[in-house]
Design a protein around this ligand. Structure first.
Ligand code: MD3
Ligand code: FE
Length: 211
């Protein structure tokens, strides 16, 4: 698909948080093919929260560290607990695109060592939470959305702060840093549908500095 949106100005959605509409529109097929390849090595699985709930999004990771959750808590691990092997390396194209997105949003020198791969079937979502398992809070988180659209909600630094909602669509990138790095956020349940390239799924890649 031609790149109608990627040259737009980043849309400020919160202080130091930017939405890059359609940033991935030339790279969507490559990204989906890489997700397929990576998850043949480290398969999608439903993790347990420390409280014993099954997460509705299926997850995998690539990079030096992967995010894991189980009865012992949330953490980054150099090995995939499902396979016992290291996570597959972060593809060069993932690294480059995430760095270009960070740069476009005004964050220089972004060098992620972890990419969490989330897969949402219809009905799956993510309840309100903060991302605080990463030690260096000066580093942003860069998120890529592919496949089915979803309503994304974000609030403030405390759970009770009011929420704003907007759609995340195939090809969109979000960059969260600085003053919004610890904002609460949630993903509403994905509605049934079929995306022409991704099928009945939404995929989200989040690039992080785990160390
Ligand atoms: C706002 N993933 O994996 S990405 C997650 O669409 C997660 O799969 C969602 O939240 C998803 O933790 C949302 C957008 C996002 C990512 C990180 C953030 C928003 C954020 C960190 C701080 C504030
Ligand atoms: Fe999150």
């Amino acid at each position: 698909m031609s790149d109608l949106f990627a040259h737009d100005e980043p849309l400020a959605v919160a202080p130091d948080a930017y939405l890059l509409k359609g940033f991935l529109s030339d790279e969507d097929e490559m990204l989906l093919a890489e997700i397929r390849r990576l998850t043949a090595i480290s398969p999608f699985r439903h993790m347990q929260t420390p409280g014993g709930y099954r997460m509705s999004a299926a997850m995998s990771s690539c990079g030096t560290y992967g995010w894991v959750s189980d009865a012992k808590g949330y953490r980054y691990s150099p090995t995939d607990p499902l396979t016992g092997n290291p996570w597959p390396p972060l593809p060069d194209a993932f690294l480059l695109l995430s760095q270009q997105a960070a740069e476009r949003a005004g964050f220089h020198g972004f060098s992620p060592d972890s990419c969490l791969i989330n897969c949402y079937a219809p009905g799956a979502g993510m309840s309100l939470h903060q991302d605080k398992d990463e030690p260096d809070r000066r580093q942003p988180i860069v998120s890529f959305s592919l496949g089915l659209p979803v309503q994304f909600q974000f609030g403030g630094s405390e759970r009770h702060h009011p929420l704003k909602t907007f759609a995340l669509e195939h090809g969109d990138v979000l960059v969260w840093g600085g003053r919004s790095r610890l904002n609460y956020h949630a993903v509403r349940p994905v509605r049934a549908g079929v995306h022409p390239l991704a099928g009945a799924r939404r995929f989200n890649l989040t690039f992080r500095c785990a160390r």
